[in-house]
Design a protein around this ligand. Structure first.
Ligand SMILES: [Zn+2]
Length: 327
């Protein structure tokens, strides 16, 4: 758990409560995406089920730890969405709940973990609530939820909730310095955090693979196309990592809007001053708000509408963007 220091306080609290037998039977972990909630729950499960826990940590070598690492531990049930389905139906819940009426096979506790609790259907929640009214002995429930999904109060009231927040920027920077290549400057690390909603885990992912260079290349291309007055040519460059690229474009437009209000304001893309200034210069404040709406709509459609015609949506957004430039 020391790998993710911002999770350690909650980890220690839950583990201590469990070993002191003062824990709640249903624990809800609420956080933004990519902050490590699944890692936290996995490590808690391992320590609880470990045969030789040491100083509040799992040993990682005993038979139980080994089975959990291989995702093969019989008393740890992870309820996920079934293949080709979008929600966690009542059958998934009932199948699992039937099994927990039996006593744990290997250790002294059975654990039920629902990583995406917002995907439970109404009827799944109702059957789950019935179980939580009189929870079976020696059973622990872990529910994981993202901040942007509202849960039913009836469900929340049966849980103890822990919120995990992104670490402070200075701590994230220290963590990134230890976990990514030394070639990155402080400015690179700050930008990576800015475009990752301050999640050090996501910032590390962006810096560790080709995505970091992809972002730079995209912004270079946008600059070049504004210069030659043909933003439509961006179309081909947007196809790979499409959602990430639209998100970066939005962050760029947002920087151009910020620039109108205060030229000394902290920007997201501090390495793109030249590009931000040119976008700011070529558009009115009113138009920049319209442009950001176009890209946010584009992001929403591609992310949320199944089988949407991505090519069409991208082209439409680019045509609309180009019109504002008055080339
Ligand atoms: Zn162990």
């Amino acid at each position: 758990m020391k790998k993710y220091p911002w999770l350690y306080k909650i980890y220690k609290k839950i583990i201590n409560q469990y070993f002191n037998k003062t824990n709640h039977h249903t624990i809800l972990i609420q956080s933004q995406i990519n902050i490590g909630s699944s890692k936290l729950i996995l490590e808690i499960c391992k320590t609880i089920l470990c045969q030789m826990p040491n100083n509040l940590n799992s040993c990682n070598i005993c038979h139980n730890c080994e089975l959990i690492n291989k995702k093969n531990y019989v008393d740890l049930y992870i309820i996920k969405v079934e293949k080709k389905k979008k929600f966690i139906g009542i059958n998934s819940i009932l199948n699992c709940l039937n099994k927990i009426n039996n006593t744990p096979q290997l250790g002294s506790v059975t654990i039920i973990w629902i990583p995406k609790v917002h995907l439970l259907t109404e009827s799944s929640i109702n059957s789950f609530l019935k179980v939580l009214e009189e929870p079976p002995v020696n059973t622990l429930f872990f529910l994981e939820n993202r901040n942007n999904f509202l849960l039913k109060d009836t469900l929340k009231s049966r849980c103890i909730t822990y919120n995990i927040y992104a670490p402070e920027k200075k701590n994230s920077i220290l963590w990134l310095k230890k976990n990514v290549s030394k070639k990155y400057t402080l400015e690179d690390l700050l930008i990576a955090l800015n475009i990752s909603e301050n999640s050090p885990i996501l910032a590390k992912k962006i810096l560790k693979n080709k995505i970091w260079n992809t972002r730079k290349k995209l912004f270079d291309k946008i600059y070049e196309l504004i210069k030659v007055k043909n933003i439509l040519l961006l179309y081909k460059d947007l196809k790979k990592y499409v959602l990430k690229k639209i998100y970066w474009i939005c962050s760029l437009i947002l920087d151009a809007i910020k620039y109108f209000y205060n030229k000394n304001i902290k920007l997201i893309n501090t390495d793109q001053n030249k590009l931000i200034k040119i976008i700011n210069k070529k558009n009115s404040k009113k138009n920049l708000f319209k442009i950001i709406k176009i890209w946010m709509k584009c992001f929403f459609y591609i992310k949320n509408i199944p089988k949407v015609n991505i090519n069409f949506i991208l082209l439409e957004s680019l045509i609309q963007w180009e019109q504002f430039f008055n080339f």
